[in-house]
Write a protein that binds this ligand. Sequence first.
Ligand code: PLP
Length: 395
Amino acid sequence: MNKKKFIVFGKPSLDKEEIRAITEVLKSGWIGMGPKCEEFEKLFAEYVGAKYAVSVSSCTAALHLALLAAGVEPGDEVITTPLTFVATINAIEYCGAKPVLADIDPKSLNINPEFIRKAITKKTKAILPVHFGGLPCDMDSINAIAQEKGLAVIEDAAHAVGAEWRGVRIGGLKNSIACFSFYPNKNMTSIEGGMVTTDNAEIAEKIKIMRVHGMDNEAWKRYQGGKKLIHSEMVMPGFKYNLTDAQAAIGICQLKKLDKFQDKREEYAEIYDDYFSDVCDTQVGLSMDTDSAEFRIRHALHLYLILLKTEKMRKGREEILQEIRDEGIGATIHYLPVHMHRYYREKFGFKKGDFPVAEDAYQRMITLPLTPSMTLKDAKRVAETVKCIIVTNMK
Ligand SMILES: Cc1ncc(COP(=O)(O)O)c(C=O)c1O
């Protein structure tokens, strides 16, 4: 029986500051959406360099509202990547639009702009790139295609808070809407939560209205009037997608620590790169040594994937992954490509072989724990143990 501590995948880094901040909100008497959400939005907009940030209950909600605000309607097509979490494609489905997939680039694991171009039809309304694992997509090519064809760009930046493309933080790029996640295992958390950033005042306003039932005045502003009753009118059938002040208080603390979190991620990723670059491929190693200088990329390192050279291994990925987990390391998989999920196979007729680059990556991938809540000793244990398992299983 292995007595070593289990290194959990994606354990958040929370301490007394978050406890103090949420306690203050609980004691304040206003725990729903209110001034803390506004403060969080202001700080987040400043951090990414966007004019507007609108807080919502999750990145899933952010994606849904961003697509609607961009005018996506039933019958439209939205192009996205097969290698993502189902939330990305589900958001397209919620709008009644058709998800169209464009395969990935084998080096970055991000959507390949050449395949986007091929996937465009008369019905295409938007492109939904996902900054997979925290590595920015090729936004120059994607924006150029979008401008040429008159398409909206909605970035799934669930993994990419703190990432940079050409020295600009993701969320601060012009002409797109970016959607962030603060789910517990993300680079920063608000327990659950999300944010939309944009430079477009009209889009920000639409999202603000849609996140609270489609009402033209948010509840906390109605109550702020004191004795004077402020009336509110519903202007469209909206949703209940708001964040709360209790969550925003945690988000504010985490945002302030984000740069320190990122430094730790980079320190541990360097150790992993040293250990793995001679025995397998890594998304970080492959992407950073080629494009990073020219494109001034900063990888948010939300995920650290190794891609096994399966042809050189005696065992398959599943067995190797199980051996790693048996050693107390919470390694996992990101993701089963979306076209291989039953619902999407049945609804759109997707089948195995449709997106071979994503499928090949899926068959070879293992995600290793990489969080600032780990100690240096934990990171070294992950690196040594996983390397040893790989080397002993090589032909
Ligand atoms: C790529 C991607 N998009 C969207 C989401 C949805 O985020 P949330 O859980 O905040 O709705 C996730 C969540 O893990 C994700 O990984």
